[in-house]
Design a protein. Sequence first.
Length: 464
Amino acid sequence: MLRSVEEAQSSTREALFDPVIRLGVTGLSKAGKTVFITSLVANLLNRGRMPQLQAAADGRIEVAFLQPQPDDTIPRFDFERHLAALSGPDPHWPDSTRAISQLRLSLKVRRGSWISGLSGPRTVHLDIVDYPGEWLLDLPLMGMSYADWSQGVLDGARQPARATLAAPWLSVLTDAAPDAPLDEGEAQAQARAFTGYLAAVRGAGLSGFAPGRFLMPGDLEGSPALTFAPLPAGKYRSGTLGREFERRFEAYKRLVVKPFFRDHFSRIDRQVVLVDALGAIHAGPQAVEDLRQSMADILQAFRPGPNTWLSSILGRRVERVLFAATKADHLHHSQHDRLAAIMSALVADARTRADFRGARTEALAIAALRATVEQRVQHQGEALDLVRGRLLDTGKEAALHAGDLPRDPGQLLAPARKGAEKWLDDSYSVMQFAPPRLDLSPGDGPPHIRLDRAAEFLIGDRLR
Ligand code: GDP
């Protein structure tokens, strides 16, 4: 009996001193978070296709295993169900991220070089925290009053790129009576119409759709903290719709935004931001411009200036941030460098725009799950590089060319070029590929593009 207590104590002590890496995985809806985590974990568990992760290439990862996560109140990332969706006989894409979740993967690693002779393997815990990027973009709300926020949203809605999308909401808004006593039906109608506008903005590939929980409510759907909308500026009397919306906006900041940053965000030490850059490029110049702005907002969240609300609650500082353009398997590898260069230029630009302090950043073009193979054909006497995959709707194979990205990212990003070019043609819209049929031999992981390089940047130094 005594022995087992001692054993338990010693294993707790061990666990206390084992290094923990908290890796945040974020990105807007459909950026590829669920697929990224599933493929990363599957590849690490099998020590599969990870040659660019140095510890794996050196054969120093002795065992990898899943363990109960340390946070009892956060839902567990449903790895097994997501992997089953991808690896069954009829593979399909798993359900996307809708709220925060977590998974602990533990790696037993031998140290590199001469140190390995002096000490045995140690266990490194990788706590992966998956959360919607929409929640991150709520940060600027913390510094705004309801009136500031309303004004900003209304100004944005009148811009040419958004005016058509905003029309249905704005017509509901003209019926609002902010000075009249609160009517819950009216409040809900306003919030519904406004949420419809935010969804349309996101659907058009544009950003700027805070409050993030309106589109990604998690377990707060239908709650009063999410039942408000912008109203024209005014001094609203107590008991009116205007005053109640003002109160709910403040409640949203206090009860939703603040706890997320305090309890979850502040504990992350490595972060990957997944970006559907190809989707934005396809959607057009305004979407790229929006992407550029949201990257700056995101970077600012990771390293806020001193004396800001966020800096006062940040427990630890994020040491590394990877911006990864996902779904690179839509392009032939001859174009991957161009996609990576666009991503790098966006990051460099975001660093200049944000008042950014420290943290290593990197940009990559990746595919967490490679759904295509490459093919070269002759077209009108010229070689054309295609990608071939099974289409999601028909199940038939198709070989397609999405178009050519510019060699120089400046051609796409320079503001003077805004509105000028269309870089990805209509074939890109057809490119809804199904996941590949995975016929994996033991010890093999799902196919990917540069997932191992992403892992090396994010955690490689902690496995040395
Ligand atoms: P989330 O909302 O960020 O969790 O996004 P998901 O991981 O669910 O990905 C959204 C969709 O993007 C998937 O259903 C796939 O259609 C597509 N997708 C994600 N990753 C890849 C990838 O590596 N290759 C390809 N071809 N499609 C991907």
